[in-house]
Design a protein around this ligand. Sequence first.
Ligand SMILES: NC(=O)c1ccc[n+]([C@@H]2O[C@H](COP(=O)([O-])OP(=O)(O)OC[C@H]3O[C@@H](n4cnc5c(N)ncnc54)[C@H](OP(=O)(O)O)[C@@H]3O)[C@@H](O)[C@H]2O)c1
Length: 248
Amino acid sequence: MTAGPLEGKTALVTGGSRGVGAGIVARLAADGANVAFTYANSGEQAEAVAAAAVAVGGTAQPIHADSLHEQDIEAAVAQTVDRFGGLDILVNNAGIGAFGPITDLKMDEIDAMLTINVRSAIVAIRESLVHMGDGGRIINIGSINADRTPFPGQSIYAATKGALASLTRGLARELAPRRITINNVQPGPVDTDANPADGPNASNLLGVMATDRFGTSAEVGAFVSYLAGPDAAYITGASLDIDGGFGA
Ligand SMILES: NC(=O)c1ccc[n+]([C@@H]2O[C@H](COP(=O)([O-])OP(=O)(O)OC[C@H]3O[C@@H](n4cnc5c(N)ncnc54)[C@H](OP(=O)(O)O)[C@@H]3O)[C@@H](O)[C@H]2O)c1
């Protein structure tokens, strides 16, 4: 078997127990990385994601860490480094969406979105940079909603994803001297528990897309793995859409 492009690298993915994050874990592991990933509630699914990676010859380690809590994220980074001896790739995927008019959303829903979608990414980046060597990779999972919000009720979610785009641009300047790249992947509709392709919003979403289908977590995983790999060294500070033409 030939070595994968990520052979010898260690990755940490937040929110890898389901959906997009599980697709990212699967692909990074298949491409040769040792992958640690966090989960908050879905322990059984996390074990299944790890077992599936092992079944195809990869290495994946679930870590219980709630992105609402700074100390959980710091501990997840420490456990990753302890288990695999370093950290080369960080993927900030854990995210939630609460949708509705700004006056209807409760402040605790808004605070949770800001904390999980933005603050936890900042915490993970700060902590990871202590351990990451030159040439590392940071990939944030934003959303095409940062650039296009065609429906009412998405303002706070879109704002959190816009913050990731700005964070990514700013940090590219700080991290380039260490040859660490940072990019922001902006999916459009991807078939997950959070946004099922057969859900009540699907026809509205398809109505503003160029393609006639949702994306898959495996497609996002493949894109993330490319950005994590050696061929993507010249890409940094970018927000890159994988959205079926949602933003076109
Ligand atoms: N699906 C889409 O259409 C779409 C489009 C654009 C962007 N995105 C982004 O892609 C990312 C993943 O979305 P998804 O559709 O895969 O969502 P999902 O199906 O709801 O899965 C969310 C994942 O994040 C984890 N998570 C949630 N809250 C967490 C917390 N407090 N601490 C740790 N992990 C947590 C969940 O783990 P547990 O179940 O273990 O708690 C789960 O593994 C999000 O950032 C989302 O904004 C998704």
